[in-house]
Design a protein around this ligand. Structure first.
Ligand SMILES: C[S@@+](CC[C@H](N)C(=O)[O-])C[C@H]1O[C@@H](n2cnc3c(N)ncnc32)[C@H](O)[C@@H]1O
Length: 250
């Protein structure tokens, strides 16, 4: 008998990104996202010994870059966790990361991050956040698992201020959020993040003249999309630990 139970939004995402993984899309995304990610890594000021989460890590290329940057140093041995809703992406990520001692991959949803609170010094999320059905819930979870003074870096290629990116929306098989930089900044502030900032990060990789694009109407639109660039959201978690009482208890 066919199983006609309706899928939850997370089950739909898992199924869709398992399909991407089966088509070999995981490692290919490194080519598309490396330039904007490297520019973001420079802003993250990563140090040996830090604990970093990559939310929506796909095939794990970014966690491996992060693992090298926070590995052994005078301040200890850094640790990177890659979390993804697609078990197939996680399987590929684990297989490609066997040589790394300080990176691990976990299957799970941004809506229920399977980790303890106040843990991560830095969080990166590359081209994943606009898929989350409940972005408020994801931000509440990020706030919970981030350490006091932890820093959040979210890269988003699909957003209102890059009109060329809107060409993808009808081609996607799952619902997405389309917000502006200003709307995202307000959302982060609503969740009590501090030092909320946004920046546009152009993709400076050359586009070969014979490049075949299925995502854009034309090569000129692809070039214009790269020139406008991705939206980078940056924020800090305040120190929400209770201050010591200003009086002595006998
Ligand atoms: C466009 S891919 C980007 C992957 C990777 N960050 C990269 O740049 O190669 C989006 C990723 O987000 C993951 N994802 C989507 N929704 C998610 C959710 N609700 N929770 C966790 N991961 C999710 C997908 O499974 C997919 O691997």
């Amino acid at each position: 008998m066919p199983n006609d139970k309706p899928q939850s939004p997370d089950e739909l995402l898992q199924q869709e990104f398992n399909r991407w993984a089966a088509q070999g899309e995981g490692p290919k995304m490194e080519n598309h996202h490396l330039d904007i990610t490297e520019k973001t890594l420079r802003r993250m000021d990563l140090r040996a010994g830090e604990r970093v989460l990559d939310l929506g890590c796909g095939s794990g290329w970014a966690p491996r870059l992060l693992a090298r940057l926070v590995g052994e140093g005078p301040h200890g041995f850094g640790q990177v966790v890659g979390l993804d809703i697609s078990d197939e992406m996680v399987r590929h990520a684990r297989a490609a990361s066997r040589d790394f001692e300080n990176v691990m991959f976990v299957q799970g949803s941004a809506a229920h991050i399977p980790w303890e609170e106040n843990f991560f010094d830095k969080v990166l999320s590359v081209e994943s956040f606009y898929y989350y059905p409940d972005q408020d819930r994801a931000l509440a979870e990020l706030f919970r698992v981030m350490a006091p003074h932890g820093r959040l870096f979210i890269l988003i290629n699909l957003y209102k201020d890059n009109p060329y990116s809107l060409q993808w929306v009808p081609k996607l098989k799952v619902p997405v959020h389309v917000r502006s930089a200003e709307e995202y900044v307000e959302l982060l502030k609503k969740h009590a993040f501090q030092n909320v900032e946004s920046a546009q990060i152009p993709d400076d990789t050359p586009t070969p003249e014979n490049y075949q694009t299925t995502s854009f109407h034309s090569l000129d639109d692809l070039k214009a999309f790269k020139r406008v660039g991705a939206l980078l959201l940056m924020a800090s978690k305040p120190d929400v630990r209770n201050a010591a009482p200003a009086y002595t208890i006998y």
